[in-house]
Design a protein around this ligand. Structure first.
Ligand SMILES: Cc1cc2nc3c(=O)[nH]c(=O)nc-3n(C[C@H](O)[C@H](O)[C@H](O)COP(=O)(O)OP(=O)(O)OC[C@H]3O[C@@H](n4cnc5c(N)ncnc54)[C@H](O)[C@@H]3O)c2cc1C
Length: 291
């Protein structure tokens, strides 16, 4: 069967990988602009939401994501992630295999920092597919495909009138040096991690503003009070760049939407701030349901 996968971010590539494993012929359409998945370095761990609660799917999702990353690393011979404990200061789960509490901090054990550009390029390289770089403004021309998966991130909501989703802007600023006297990566009301090139990224994904363009002033205004709580003033932060994107979230749940909406069309979106945790498990499930 011929599948059109619209969107080459985490959602599109994950479902494309599992569909291709089932024998589907895949064409991936993307405008090449890059969406939320272009975030330079991202955290993979089993806790979701602002207070890092663990939900029902966490273990299964972690296992699916880690094994997909392992496959990608083995098949390409490229390291696209770093296995690491993560320092965390807001965690509501009780004792758990994933958590170590010491007198000075809480550690999430066994997480990964994933270098997203490298990961997506490597994942794409192991999916047999045709690639079309083009903006998509309608689904009309996709009737020639047996099936279509819409995984356009924010673009999904422009294309399909779907209720129960909203956009959250996330911004990360790059810093010339690690501003805190702490081990990395750090998961707090601010996130701090290092990317594959050794740049430090400080960010937060809870900005509820509607402007698409990157706005370093707004990012620092939003992060300022949080930075002060951690003993760093905005002035001291030696910023060298900014990454900005909208992520798609769902009302009332942290779980993504990965379902057929007709015999011909399925939608995979709403991965929220935990795209890395959910993309492999829900991509695999969608491929099984729509394959
Ligand atoms: C600042 C920030 C930090 C984040 N940190 C983390 C983290 O630490 N851990 C984590 O798990 N998640 C994190 N996330 C969330 C994660 O990035 C998202 O959940 C995930 O990337 C969403 O993937 P997606 O494929 O649904 O959408 P996208 O990545 O947005 O992919 C959509 C793709 O479709 C293309 N596209 C869109 N519209 C069109 C169109 N009309 N025509 C053609 N192509 C189009 C885009 O260019 C893009 O390539 C973060 C998000 C942000 C913004």
């Amino acid at each position: 069967m011929e599948y059109a996968v619209l969107g080459g971010g985490l959602a599109g590539l994950s479902v494309a990988y599992f569909l291709a494993k089932q024998g589907a012929r895949i064409t991936i359409f993307d405008d090449g602009k890059g969406g939320a998945s272009s975030v330079p370095s991202a955290f993979l761990h089993p806790f979701v939401g602002k207070w890092h609660r663990k939900n029902h799917f966490a273990e299964e999702a972690m296992e699916a994501s880690c094994s997909l990353i392992d496959v990608v690393e083995q098949e390409t011979g490229k390291a696209v992630s770093c296995k690491t404990d993560m320092i965390c200061d807001a965690i509501e789960s009780a004792d758990d295999l994933w958590i170590e509490r010491t007198s000075s901090h809480v550690l999430i054990r066994g997480g990964r920092v994933v270098y997203m550009g490298n990961y997506l390029a490597a994942l794409r390289s192991i999916i047999p597919h045709r690639s079309v770089v083009a903006p998509i403004s309608s689904l009309d021309s996709f009737d020639v495909f047996d099936r279509v998966v819409v995984a356009l991130g924010k673009g999904t909501l422009d294309l399909l009138p779907m209720k129960g989703f909203f956009l959250v802007k996330g911004q990360m600023v790059s810093l010339a040096k690690n501003p805190f006297d702490t081990r990395l990566p750090l998961l707090s009301s601010l996130h701090l991690s290092e990317d594959a090139e050794g740049r430090f990224w400080l960010g937060s994904t809870y900005e509820h503003t509607g402007e698409e363009a990157a706005d370093i002033g707004a990012a620092l205004r939003y992060m300022g009070p949080r930075m002060e709580l951690m003993g760093l003033s905005v002035k001291e932060a030696d910023t060298t760049g900014i990454f900005s994107a909208f992520r798609v979230a769902r009302s009332g749940t942290y779980l993504p939407f990965a379902e057929p909406i007709s015999e011909h069309i399925a939608v995979f979106t709403g991965l929220g701030s935990r795209g890395l945790l959910y993309s492999a498990l829900f991509g695999r499930r969608l491929a099984a349901a729509f394959g």
